[in-house]
Design a protein around this ligand. Structure first.
Ligand SMILES: *Cc1c(COP(=O)(O)O)cnc(C)c1O
Length: 336
């Protein structure tokens, strides 16, 4: 793997993921699996949940961010890092920067809600408020890179980030050696690219299914168009899956094309139903993005019918008010 701009994902290999595992292991613990007997019974196949919401910040994004940050030279670390994500990636960068004693800036637009700004501040990040949109905040981030020599940590389209997320694939192969299907929530595609590379390097017969919400499925539309496209963002419970894939996408578009066997789109009602299911049956709070994977099994939507299934439970960062609404409407529908 090289940092040459012309290098392509064809140069990424399973070795990058093994290296990532070694690099991040002092900071990031392997996460557990549980078998969901209710889901297994429903589809007549063993269904395992890979619990990535148990990381400190409640999402898998710490894996990729840690691998990228730890790949920086001492001089680069001294100059600091920056991100324009206010979601799980932004939280991961802020959290890791604090643990590693690195200066981190999170660039946000003036419209980002106070609750998000507060939780980023709690993690010790310095907040740079700039512009009216996430795009403008992103441009400011790259200005910090040019002018202050800070390194922008991209949320998905970076070989180190992809390799870090791919370490989940190694854990799946070790713990569930007879896995047939892996279900992966999909947005920018860093997670699916890394896990897909890990799984298919071992056995090209393992099937990879991406899941996105019906509202604003940018990777889905881009694959249909044969090139990255931009979409207007509609409101969704799966807010962590919102955002473009970048019109200049370098890695993940082609890797998702290469490693994904099937893609499913999930409705808002199915997302809410799956969040309720996880609370009701497993007593676990997960966010909408993660619930898309559960919905694929709960709704019996998988295209393939045999062998063990692993669903990656990607995160748990859901607003308390949203959670209360979901539980209340679940109670009402139950007639209780
Ligand atoms: C980022 C994220 C995803 C999607 O990951 P990509 O690499 O962007 O495809 C899924 N679920 C959660 C909770 C996330 O934070």
């Amino acid at each position: 793997m090289s940092d040459n701009k012309n290098s392509r994902q064809s140069e990424m290999s399973i070795h990058d993921i093994w290296k990532a595992r070694k690099v991040i292991s002092p900071l990031i613990s392997a996460t557990p699996f549980i078998q969901s007997f209710v889901l297994s019974e429903r589809i007549g196949r063993p269904v395992y949940l890979k619990l990535e919401h148990v990381h400190d910040i409640g999402a898998f994004k710490v894996r990729g961010a840690a691998n990228k940050i730890l790949s920086l030279t001492e001089a680069e670390k001294k100059r600091g890092i920056a991100t324009f994500s206010t979601g799980n990636h932004g939280m991961a960068v802020a959290y890791l920067a604090k643990r590693l004693g690195i200066d981190a800036r999170v660039c946000i637009s003036r419209h980002v809600p106070k609750a998000k700004v507060d939780s980023l501040k709690r993690l010790g990040a310095k907040i740079e408020i700039y512009g009216d949109s996430q795009d403008e905040a992103g441009e400011y981030c790259y200005e910090l890179e040019r002018e202050k020599g800070m390194t922008v940590i991209h949320p998905f389209d970076d070989p180190y980030v992809i390799a870090g997320q791919g370490t989940i694939g190694l854990e799946i192969l070790e713990s569930i050696p007879d896995v047939s299907d892996v279900v992966i929530p999909l947005s920018g595609g860093g997670l699916l690219s890394g896990v897909g590379l890990a799984l298919k390097s071992f056995d090209s017969g393992i099937r990879v299914t991406g899941v996105s919400m019906e509202n604003s499925a940018v990777m889905f539309e881009s694959l249909q168009a044969g090139k990255p496209v931009k979409l207007e963002e509609k409101p969704t419970l799966a807010d962590s899956l919102l955002g473009g894939i970048g019109l200049q996408n370098q890695y993940t578009f082609r890797m998702v094309q290469k490693y994904m066997d099937d893609i499913l789109l999930i409705s808002e009602g199915e997302i809410a139903g799956s969040m309720s299911f996880m609370i009701d049956i497993h007593r676990m709070i997960i966010e909408g993005a993660a619930a898309t994977g559960v919905a694929a099994v709960l709704g019996e939507k998988l295209a393939y019918q045999d062998g063990a299934v692993v669903v990656v439970i990607t995160g748990n960062n859901v607003d308390f008010s949203v959670l209360v609404q979901i539980i209340q409407s679940f109670e009402k529908n139950k007639g209780g």
